[in-house]
Design a protein around this ligand. Structure first.
Ligand code: SF4
Length: 226
């Protein structure tokens, strides 16, 4: 039996990770935040183990690199005020980190617009960020129809948690998108149709599943910890 990544009491990967750790930074992008020149910050740690993940170094603890100090990120963002408009907080899974609201508040105080990339496994954190007006755009992955989730994520996932996150996002008034990576080895056209229905055909995007570089795939095979 695989672990349940959305059941806090039973999964060590779910537990709040305390202070945010940063695995990297893209200093400029025009494609990750709709309509905004932005930077992307990657947090370390994830409670899913997606079969096509392109960032194993942000997921598997033994592959983590020395974290980028938060001061370095903040100092970079201070220097780019007026040039960049947005900051994307991505991962890994950013919502695992209990001090994410404080971190995002510090970026907001510099005048940036914030986007969150999330797998939707921590609805309470998503709600908190919305309530505190710390997020301006939310992109939530929909990995598969709910009954097929584990085939993609490698972990059991409570569908109620995911639908709760979807409801919170839809009702928030914050701009959002749901998105699916179309892994044709697992998903079918009927699954995509099912997901389109789940999203009411609104703010939903399907993206191509790109092959994982061989060296990254090898890293994952070497380390199956769930
Ligand atoms: S949720 Fe994202 S970061 Fe986590 S394993 Fe899946 S693809 Fe990788």
């Amino acid at each position: 039996m695989v672990a349940d990544a959305t059941a806090p009491a039973t999964n060590k990967f779910f537990a709040g990770h305390g202070k945010v750790k940063f695995g990297g930074l893209i200093k400029f992008t025009l494609i990750d935040f709709p309509g905004r020149p932005a930077a992307v910050i990657f947090t370390q740690g994830c409670n899913f183990r997606c079969r096509y993940c392109h960032n194993p170094e942000l997921v598997y603890p033994h592959l983590f690199t020395e974290p980028v100090p938060q001061e370095e990120i903040m100092s970079f963002l201070q220097r780019r005020q007026g040039t960049l408009e947005g900051v994307v907080v991505s991962g890994g899974e950013p919502t695992l980190h209990d001090d994410l609201p404080a971190f995002m508040a510090s970026i907001k105080s510099l005048g940036y617009v914030l986007k969150l990339d999330t797998n939707g496994s921590r609805p309470d954190m998503i709600q908190e960020l919305i309530d505190k007006k710390l997020v301006d755009y939310i992109a939530m992955d929909l990995k598969a129809p709910l009954e097929k989730y584990a085939l993609i994520t490698g972990v059991d996932t409570n569908p109620e948690i995911l639908t709760r996150s979807m409801d919170i996002i839809r009702q928030s008034g914050v701009a959002y998108e749901f998105r699916t990576t179309y892994d044709k080895e697992v998903l079918t056209d009927a699954d995509i149709e099912n997901l389109q229905n789940l999203t009411h055909h609104t703010c939903y995007r399907v993206q191509e599943c790109l092959p994982v570089a061989k060296e990254k795939a090898a890293l994952k095979v070497l380390h199956k910890e769930i």
